[in-house]
Design a protein around this ligand. Sequence first.
Ligand SMILES: NC(=O)c1ccc[n+]([C@@H]2O[C@H](COP(=O)([O-])OP(=O)(O)OC[C@H]3O[C@@H](n4cnc5c(N)ncnc54)[C@H](O)[C@@H]3O)[C@@H](O)[C@H]2O)c1
Length: 267
Amino acid sequence: MNRLTGKTAIVTGTSPNIGGGIAEGLAREGARVACVDVVADNARQCAEWIRRQGGEAAGIVCDVTDEPQVEAMVAEVGRSFGGVDVLVNNAGILGGMSVLEMPLERWQRQIGVNLTGTFLCTKHVGRLMVKQGRGGSIIVIVSTAGHQGQPGNIAYCTSKSGLLNFTRAAAMDLAAHRIRVNSLTPTATDAEEGLERAVAWGRARAERRGGLLAFKRMVPMGQLPSPRHYASAAVFLASDEAEMITGMDLRVDAGAIAKYWPWVPNP
Ligand SMILES: NC(=O)c1ccc[n+]([C@@H]2O[C@H](COP(=O)([O-])OP(=O)(O)OC[C@H]3O[C@@H](n4cnc5c(N)ncnc54)[C@H](O)[C@@H]3O)[C@@H](O)[C@H]2O)c1
């Protein structure tokens, strides 16, 4: 429980689902965590929850597509927490439309948050890490939709596949500074943990929405991952145990991408 003791992490997009789960997982390993979100309640409640569990955390409101806001957020974390060692680029807009339907404004916003937001946070955290001279770990949250062509999700698929090669290219730019950049690929996620986390943060329990696709039938392990599974992988990538790993994608997808496509493992 102390693999990240003494380290400071920034996690963007700290809703009670994946970002909140990753922030909690990093804090449990001893990291100080800055919970960053454009929605004030997501930043504040995530940090409060970590503090209630005995961790150290701050909630910061920031739109990751706005460069002056990103610069100010990184400077604030650096000042109040004595630097930054880990960045998890998790903020994102899910869902979408087909190439025939997608309005330009919605395309630009989704590409803006998912791709440009990750670029801006990586740029300013990267600059601070170079100045600090103590290396660092940057993690980019992708999706299995970045590895495959999903129908009706043009901007999401495009932004997430862009992030796979953003990760490799940024890893090359930063390798000489011992700043590692890796991506982490989640897939369709079991909703239960996020719903429970929201209740633990003091929110009303939301309705569980049924999906259109039979994910559990299609995924080789017969079970969908939960945010805590992504958190374990993020802790590993953030820790010194991964000190020689950079430019890699770590898939936490219960075998989804490795699967022979016509096979239905759980009929
Ligand atoms: N849920 C899934 O099944 C799934 C699967 C694969 C990948 N992912 C990826 O995991 C990440 C988190 O997904 P989630 O399911 O927890 O989604 P979510 O919608 O619960 O969380 C996304 C968070 O990003 C924040 N955000 C959006 N725009 C922002 C901006 N401009 N600046 C700062 N914060 C902003 C939102 O307020 C929200 O808190 C996303 O990158 C998503 O693409 C999710």
